[in-house]
Ligand binder design. Sequence first.
Ligand SMILES: C[S@@+](CC[C@H](N)C(=O)[O-])C[C@H]1O[C@@H](n2cnc3c(N)ncnc32)[C@H](O)[C@@H]1O
Ligand code: SF4
Length: 383
Amino acid sequence: MLSPLALYIHWPFCLSKCPYCDFNSHVRERLDQARFRAALRAELAWEAARLGPRRLTSIFFGGGTPSLMEPETVAALIADAQQFFRPEPDIEITLEANPTSVEAARLADFRAAGVNRISMGIQSLRDDALAALGRQHSASQARAALETARAIFPRISFDLIYARPNQALADWRAELREALALAADHLSLYQLTIEPGTAFEAQARSGALVLPDPDDAADLYTATADEAETFGLLPYEISNYARPGSESRHNLAYWRYRDYAGIGPGAHGRVGIGDQLLATRRHRAPEPWAERVEANGHGSTEEFALSPEIRAREALLMGLRLAEGIDLAAFAGRTGQTLHESIDADTLARAIEEDYLELTATTLRALPEGRLRLDSLLAALVL
Ligand SMILES: C[S@@+](CC[C@H](N)C(=O)[O-])C[C@H]1O[C@@H](n2cnc3c(N)ncnc32)[C@H](O)[C@@H]1O
Ligand code: SF4
């Protein structure tokens, strides 16, 4: 039996570069869509040939800004994927969209192309915060784009960034309540992080940009979870909130450490082939990636089989982000190691005693206090 597959397709272009963002995104004055469409289709065909006719549980168009794709590019890729693989009847097909007017106008075409879930990058409902985040849209445009999306798509989610410089807890609660009133059944709520090489990193280094201190950030996180839960959205992952049953199936495949294929510049994949679990990665820069696809059928950089130790480390890093935690039988099956072979026993015992982690006969999971300090916990725990 071939494992089911989640498929990620990366569109690496944006209208402008946001100062906080280190995703593989590039601004181009002119873009040859037909070339990138052909290259994405070619790479998908190449990957599908080696993966075989697996069940396909989800497709995710991420970026960059996939709502800048021509709808026919999205339609062609969905049709190809449906032909190469065996789509589940309830396949989830998500596209990340930005709420500028250009993109909002295309939403109906994306729906016609087969997209059934939109993930919109709203970031904030405050115009001053949007300006500080370097966004190309206003809060009212964001609300309008959400309304358009709700009328067209069966499922929508949107992203907000909080723990912004000088953000007071009461202000965030008020903004979040407005957002919850607009939400459907899923939200991604990210704390602002300073990423290497971004404009915000330079500002943070010079002292021009100051993030909330860790205690304030923890208060903001707790308040966020409280507000969302009051509204019926549960934190099923550190930054992701959903009504039960409306979780992002695609992202769950990452966190549950299942097979996913990554197509397009810079895309990563984890795919089981034979008895190996292969880490795949595509060349990051868009044009050199396209040249490689045109020459070789794929834009892969080095690929390698993951050792049991690395599999275990990755499965822990991903799985402890989830409220449901890690299924120990699935963990052993996927990694080739038991949990106890993979983690430091003393740290585990201490973390259990301090109520950071909970271990049962079947599951290891992080408790709320553990989720607040997950990074340091993982650093100590993972061998
Ligand atoms: C691939 S990005 C963006 C999708 C889309 N291009 C957009 O900007 O709306 C996915 C999400 O990551 C979040 N994000 C990106 N960089 C971040 C950072 N440094 N800190 C917190 N969240 C970040 C944003 O909320 C963003 O919507
Ligand atoms: S946040 Fe979105 S729009 Fe901004 S640079 Fe990153 S991918 Fe592009």
